[in-house]
Design a protein around this ligand. Structure first.
Ligand code: SF4
Ligand code: SF4
Length: 91
């Protein structure tokens, strides 16, 4: 089974409010932007109009990689509120 197929087994209930907040000043001086490559769900990207790094919290696997790997400590991360977030299924 491919990774994409495995990910499709999971159910995610998204909160309107993001559980991931970025320090925009830090991101603006970040040279690596390693979050873009490190997030297994591909939720980090560069907004073309502004060249800002942004994160789409919907689809977050709650692995914590982005928080741990960020070299500038720019990721404020918490688990989604109770009842929201990912529910892992085994199939
Ligand atoms: S989240 Fe961290 S790694 Fe990603 S752009 Fe911002 S400072 Fe860089
Ligand atoms: S916690 Fe994991 S899946 Fe969620 S945004 Fe960070 S790296 Fe991506």
């Amino acid at each position: 089974m491919k990774v994409e197929e495995k990910l499709a087994l999971n159910a995610i209930k998204n909160h309107d409010e993001s559980h991931i907040v970025l320090d925009e000043e830090a991101c603006a001086r970040c040279e690596t932007r390693i979050c873009i490559r490190a997030c297994p769900a591909g939720l980090y990207s560069v907004e073309p109009a502004t060249n800002k790094v942004i994160v789409d919290h919907s689809g977050c696997l709650e692995c914590g990689t982005c928080m741990v790997i960020c070299p500038l400590d720019a990721v404020t991360w918490r688990y989604p509120d109770p009842g929201y977030g990912i529910r892992y299924r085994h199939g």
